[in-house]
Design a protein around this ligand. Sequence first.
Ligand SMILES: Cc1cc2nc3c(=O)[nH]c(=O)nc-3n(C[C@H](O)[C@H](O)[C@H](O)COP(=O)(O)OP(=O)(O)OC[C@H]3O[C@@H](n4cnc5c(N)ncnc54)[C@H](O)[C@@H]3O)c2cc1C
Length: 409
Amino acid sequence: MSNVIVIGGGAAGMMASYAAGLCGHSVTLYEKNEKLGKKIYITGKGRCNFTNAVPVDEFLKHVVSNEKFLYSALYTLDSDGVIAFMEQWGTPTKVERGNRAFPVSDHASDITKALKSGMDAYGVNVVLNTGVKEIITKEGRACGVILETGKKDFADAVILATGGLSYPTTGSTGDGLRFAKALNLKVTETYPALVPFETKEQDILSLQGLALKNVSVKVFDEKKTYFEDFGEMLFTHFGVSGPLVLSASSKVTALLSKKPLILSIDLKPALSYDKLDEKLKRMISEHPKKKVGFVLCDMLPKKLAEVLEARLGIFEEKNLSDLTREERQSIVDGLKAFSLTLTKTRGFKEAIITQGGISVKEINPSTMEAKNVHGLYVCGEVLDVDAFTGGFNLQIAFSTGYLAGISIN
Ligand SMILES: Cc1cc2nc3c(=O)[nH]c(=O)nc-3n(C[C@H](O)[C@H](O)[C@H](O)COP(=O)(O)OP(=O)(O)OC[C@H]3O[C@@H](n4cnc5c(N)ncnc54)[C@H](O)[C@@H]3O)c2cc1C
């Protein structure tokens, strides 16, 4: 039996402390907040989409960074395992559209409750309101921590589960990244991901609150397309957000920190250029005396039609029957490629996940132990791993936490 210290009481730290307790170790968890799982409370809009119920090979397709590193962790505790865990510790679960799993109660707090029940059953000692300042090592081995109070606590193993940099108000302020650097572990560049974008164009600010369903979005520069997908997006008071935009951010956040990119929205993805042109021609012959705004209002939400009409300003006063072929073509272009210039993301304050973190090259993927600091185990968002939305990120925190906990000997 070993004495184990866990730093951080989020999803990863709680699961790690449960797993270490399950293996018979004596576990103390330090959490700097006044309660466990502060971030869990705000996940899934307060409902906590705690995993995605798909087999591991399918799961891995939704991982953005370093999916191979996660093989062992995910095969050791997969989504079925996490669902069974929640049920075992008193939280009934349900699976919704897109295989997203939630507590039946729709209360994120029930996920934290289940984790706490598991931890209690194995005697995990939880110490709240207590931040860790430093990890103590001796001869290349982690052997304890120094608390913010200055007090030292020694142990046989230390599990680092301090999270990343996103939503710092929940406690994830990057402490673990600093601890890692102090121990000479490589930390890759960090970026906010699953995060909304600000745009250069001001005309879309009037569209604030407008959600578009069934649109196709592409993000590109002069060289390459970095993201393309179909789904839902949202206009906001600063730019764009919504599921498609958040996913896009995971693919372009690093690049966008260096230069602006173009986001182009196909407002009519079900119609090819030619089909859309034919539809326009038909409308023109049926309503020759109407203006361009009439056509746009027929095809788009009114506010968006107004913005596009203003962008196509030159035709505002023309009757449909007076449009030239080129002018008609530019309307089709506007509908197929409504373009915005992305200037930056909304930053870590509004990011669901951190991209980058402790390099996976520093960590043994079969145990989560740091290769060069024995007795130090690392799990959760502090690692350089991230995935799309849908319950994947919490599952990664649970799987890596569990593997760390059971790997201590
Ligand atoms: C708004 C929002 C919604 C989300 N929704 C979902 C969702 O529905 N599904 C999903 O899969 N993922 C979701 N995520 C992502 C998910 O919450 C994270 O991936 C996950 O919580 C990471 O867990 P973690 O334990 O690694 O880190 P965290 O949850 O950040 O936990 C780290 C803990 O360590 C503590 N800590 C930090 N430093 C110290 C220190 N020095 N000493 C002591 N304690 C310390 C912190 O206070 C914190 O409690 C969401 C994220 C956000 C921000």
